[in-house]
Design a protein around this ligand. Structure first.
Ligand code: AMP
Length: 609
């Protein structure tokens, strides 16, 4: 993309590097920040005790009219950090001037995020709802509906860049930016990688001069520099490069298990059927078909799960996330297609550059082909994204059923767990090179480089002082289930998957219609619409739903936790030695982190030499 304007060399933003050490600052309360009292009341109503670091730092600056570029992740409280000062500003203006105009435009990369921000605004504006009106634009609404939503000049518009530009550029100029006071770019680093380059460039020229601009970004990448050049032009934003005490993946126990392709299913079955994970879990898989293969496989055993992918209607997706957050479902199977199809390539290059791994590929060549790849992704639902942005609550475990194809994607995925100071667990299945394509029905192309990617992930995590430890299931226990796993896998044929995919889509479209109707007026009506129903396209085998006693470890589930069982690799190497990383990582593997570890029923025995 041609970025015409860049910051000149002297245009170095002021950096406010902060840590959470200043205890007096940590004592600050929302009422000290200078916000409208109605907002402070709404915050109290949500039981927010005190502002998070990003809120403490960004809110006063934003209230002061400053442009801010803030490094902040989902989970840090970044939404409130920009929403509250903006609402406060709008309320202040409304006190003297009640004329309707769109004061704030909030740009987000995905519809799910648009929905989240919209809901956050509703909550924060609970005590001033008459004075603040927000709308969200999505391409699921017809142009006419979008125009009518915009015709009353809502105070805040939340949108993806594509929708926003569409409405600015529309013949009827449905969205007027002439009175804009605030512009927010949320998840700024994702905005460009989702292929919104042109929309953003157009918008940057349509935004009037002097608009206060706030950018929130999980990383401060080159992409963000481009956006800086576009939206801050020659001004210096205040840079908030905040050191969060609980960074992404901070409290996560990271594990990996090397296994054969079909064994992924075996291990997943054992984990869920024996309830080895306590709490909610997101399982990441490589593509949409894979979602259904795993769901149908689980179904054979009576394990309920719901699916998230770019193909499902957006209302259903939002509803799934909401209900998962309300603890209605325990398992979400999410396909991470955007990462795989789009910016993953770029992420790989970044990983490689970061690792200084020259043999990994020709970065320059990769860079040239980058835009093409992004465009390819944008044909899909580019407004979909799972591993970033969405605020999944209380996720005990993330399972990388299929390893991502870049280390940064791994970081984003594991960041879905262990939020807000909690602990969590991330378990990754890794296919060794010699096992790739050995079981064709369950093979997946991304697994070809699993070992290389794992090495890269390990390097990246090591830089953060984190270790990914090998986790080994007991061969004795696992083998007892293999026959049932094979039985269930055989029933999940390609045809069954295709049917399941079509059926789910059809059902979800119907539900989505209902959801659309009820979304605003009657939210409780939606509760009976579940998304974890059985698809029943695979041959049903009732006997698989129960675990006969003879299959259970003698000591019941505890059998797996017995110190005496010990853990050995699923497949022993021919030379009888455990795999490369086992010795190192196996030593004292869970010692310190077992407490609070969702896999706490597992106990790894120290590996002795
Ligand atoms: P965000 O980073 O904006 O996606 O917010 C992550 C989650 O933290 C949301 O569920 C918010 O409701 C919650 N949250 C935001 N600010 C606070 C706060 N000061 N205290 C407690 N929870 C908060």
């Amino acid at each position: 993309m041609a970025m015409k304007r860049k910051l000149d060399q002297n245009d170095v933003p002021t950096s406010v590097a902060e840590t959470d050490k200043q205890s007096e600052a940590a004592e600050a309360s929302f009422s000290d920040l200078g916000l409208d009292p109605r907002l402070v009341q709404a915050v109290a109503d949500q039981s927010f005790q005190k502002p998070t670091l990003v809120q403490r730092k960004a809110i006063p600056l934003a209230l002061n009219g400053q442009d801010v570029l803030c490094k902040a992740k989902t989970g840090s409280g970044k939404t409130a950090a920009y929403v509250l000062p903006i609402l406060s500003g709008i309320l202040k203006r409304k006190a003297t001037d009640s004329a309707a105009c769109t004061s704030a435009l909030i740009l987000v990369p995905t519809r799910e995020l648009a929905d989240q921000v919209f809901k956050a605004i509703e909550r924060f504006a609970a005590f001033c709802a008459k004075d603040v009106r927000a709308v969200k634009l999505t391409d699921k609404l017809s142009d006419a509906v979008q125009r009518s939503l915009l015709s009353t000049s809502p105070d805040v518009v939340i949108s993806t860049p594509a929708r926003a530009w569409h409405n600015v550029n529309d013949n009827s100029s449905a969205l007027s930016l002439s009175k804009l006071s605030y512009l927010v770019l949320d998840e700024a680093d994702l905005l460009l990688s989702y292929g919104y380059d042109q929309d953003l460039e157009h918008l940057s020229f349509s935004v009037p001069k002097g608009v206060q601009t706030i950018m929130m970004s999980a990383t401060l990448t080159e992409e963000v520099d481009k956006l800086k050049g576009l939206f801050y032009r020659n001004q210096n934003p205040t840079l908030l490069d905040l050191e969060e005490p609980e960074g992404e993946g901070e409290g996560v126990t990271q594990l990996y298990t090397k296994c054969a392709e079909d064994e992924k299913f075996l291990l997943a079955y054992i984990i869920f059927k024996l309830q080895l994970i306590k709490g909610k879990c997101i399982i990441f898989v490589a593509d949409i078909d894979r979602c259904y293969r795993l769901k149908l496989f689980f179904e054979q055993f009576g394990i309920r799960s719901c699916i998230l992918n770019s193909e499902l209607p957006v209302n259903s997706r939002i509803h799934v996330v909401e209900e998962f957050n309300r603890n209605v479902y325990d398992i979400i199977i999410a396909s991470d297609e955007n990462e795989v199809l789009g910016n993953e390539e770029q992420a790989q290059e970044e990983d490689e550059a970061e690792a200084g791994d020259e043999e990994e590929g020709d970065a320059a060549e990769g860079k040239q082909s980058r835009p093409k790849k992004k465009r390819k992704m944008s044909k899909r639902d580019r407004e979909y994204g799972v591993s970033r942005g969405i605020d999944f609550k209380n996720v005990a475990a993330v399972i990388n059923f299929d390893l991502p194809t870049s280390a940064s994607s791994y970081t984003h995925r594991i960041g879905r767990t262990a939020r807000a100071g909690r602990t969590g667990m991330a378990l990754s299945f890794v296919i060794p090179q010699d096992q790739y394509r050995k079981h064709m029905p369950t093979t997946v192309q991304t697994a070809e480089k699993d070992e290389k990617i794992l090495a890269r992930i390990m390097r990246q995590q090591a830089k953060k002082g984190k270790e990914i430890k090998p986790y080994n299931f007991s061969t004795k226990q696992v083998e007892a289930f293999r026959y049932r796993m094979n039985d269930a896998l055989r029933a999940v044929t390609k045809v069954a998957i295709r049917e399941a995919r079509t059926r789910e889509l059809r059902q979800e479209l119907l539900k989505s219609e209902k959801l659309k109707r009820y979304f605003e007026e009657n939210p409780t009506e939606m509760n009976h619409l579940r998304h974890d129903g059985e698809l029943r396209t695979a041959r049903q085998q009732a006997h698989l739903k129960h675990i006969p006693d003879y299959l259970l470890p003698k000591e019941g589930k505890q059998g797996l936790t017995s110190e005496d069982v010990g853990f050995v690799p699923l497949r022993k190497h021919k030379d009888g030695k455990s795999r490369r990383h086992h010795k190192k990582g196996g030593k004292g593997a869970f010692k310190s982190s077992r407490k609070g570890d969702p896999l706490k029923t597992f106990k790894a025995r120290r590996k002795t030499k």
